[in-house]
Design a protein around this ligand. Structure first.
Ligand SMILES: C[S@@+](CC[C@H](N)C(=O)[O-])C[C@H]1O[C@@H](n2cnc3c(N)ncnc32)[C@H](O)[C@@H]1O
Length: 326
């Protein structure tokens, strides 16, 4: 895995040379914000019109999202690995589909073989291939839009969606996503979803994701699903949501999703003013460390501990303190 982090650094220095001066000031949070706000079609059009912009995004992904394991995206995969522990092999198994794979983060950090990754942005996939060429990994990457029909048959034992589902903007995108996931999975296949802090505002919303998945032929493993948070540093806090489910039925014909279900309730800021305020807030709170210890608060426990509270930084900090003192 250290080899993968080293390859990311090397790939970043290769990519940096291809970024036009005009795009070097673009920020990582700005990019992620654009992807969240714009439709997949508009994102693709932006990237293809502005040559070199995709390279800047790849560069920022490697230097901010990965950052030798200190970036949020890398940390999320490390947290997933640590939370699953010895059960990892039994859950993330066989032929794996990595949805929204970006630069191949999940395969790289978890040292997975037999991975097919797809993402909307071709530049990220080029970077994934560059990294693989430096590490001798041989995963497959395909450019595709997760809100359309996925270009695969029922051949996968595991579908992983790391920090991706919150990009689903409409109910029809969510419906299409879950039925695609069900369709490409073999019977008893695993669905592994992580969601970033901020995508779920209250515990009851996590419960509604669980209900929606059940409508789509999945059974959520409650023991392994909930909120994952770091508990090794008093000065830095990481958290995300984890959902592990098993495909229990291939029937997804007459499903129903509650009308208030979506990932937009506690959304990424859209206006410049909101973005600036959020950036200021984050600056105060983010101290970059490489987290090594994580704790899963299962859905049942979460309902008891934080019930109806909004899951923001201060709530989670209190939760971290409670864990560390008990
Ligand atoms: C926050 S990143 C997570 C990447 C990676 N899975 C990880 O764990 O770090 C979200 C990814 O979803 C991709 N994405 C967003 N919308 C998409 C879509 N409609 N189809 C496919 N990929 C999409 C983005 O390009 C980006 O690489």
């Amino acid at each position: 895995m250290n080899e993968w982090y080293r390859a990311c650094k090397k790939a970043a220095s290769i990519i940096y040379k291809s970024i036009p001066e005009t795009y070097r000031s673009r920020t990582f949070s700005g990019f992620i914000g654009d992807i969240k706000v714009l439709s997949p079609k508009k994102v693709l059009s932006l990237i293809s019109r502005k040559k070199g912009l995709g390279a800047q995004f790849s560069y920022l992904y490697l230097t901010h999202g990965i950052d030798d394991g200190k970036g949020y995206q890398a940390c999320a995969t490390e947290a997933l690995s640590s939370t699953l522990g010895e059960r990892r092999q039994e859950i993330i198994k066989g032929n794996i589909l990595d949805v929204g794979c970006a630069v191949g983060v999940t395969a790289g950090i978890l040292s997975l073989k037999h991975v097919t990754g797809f993402d909307l942005i071709p530049d990220l996939l080029c970077t994934a291939k560059t990294i693989d060429s430096l590490t001798s990994n041989t995963n497959h990457y395909i450019a595709a839009d997760m809100t359309r029909e996925w270009p695969f048959e029922r051949v996968f034992d595991t579908v992983i969606c790391g920090l991706v589902c919150h990009h689903l903007k409409t109910q029809s995108d969510i419906t299409s996503f879950f039925s695609n996931a069900n369709r490409v999975l073999k019977p008893a296949g695993s669905l592994v979803i992580t969601l970033p802090s901020g995508s779920i505002s209250k515990t009851k919303n996590l419960k509604s994701v669980e209900n929606a998945l059940e409508e789509f032929g999945f059974k959520v493993n409650r023991e392994l699903s909930g909120l994952v948070l770091s508990n090794d540093s008093l000065h830095s806090l990481f958290w995300m949501f984890l959902i592990i489910a098993e495909k229990v039925s291939g029937k997804v014909g007459s499903m129903f999703i509650s009308p208030d279900f979506g990932f937009q309730l506690y959304r990424t800021p859209v206006t410049r003013r909101e973005k600036a305020a959020k950036a200021k807030e984050t600056l105060k709170k983010t101290r970059k460390v490489k987290h090594k210890n994580f704790k899963l608060i299962g859905i049942n426990e979460l309902e008891k501990e934080v019930s109806n509270k909004i899951l923001i930084y201060s709530t989670i900090l209190k939760l971290q303190n409670t864990i560390n003192t008990t």
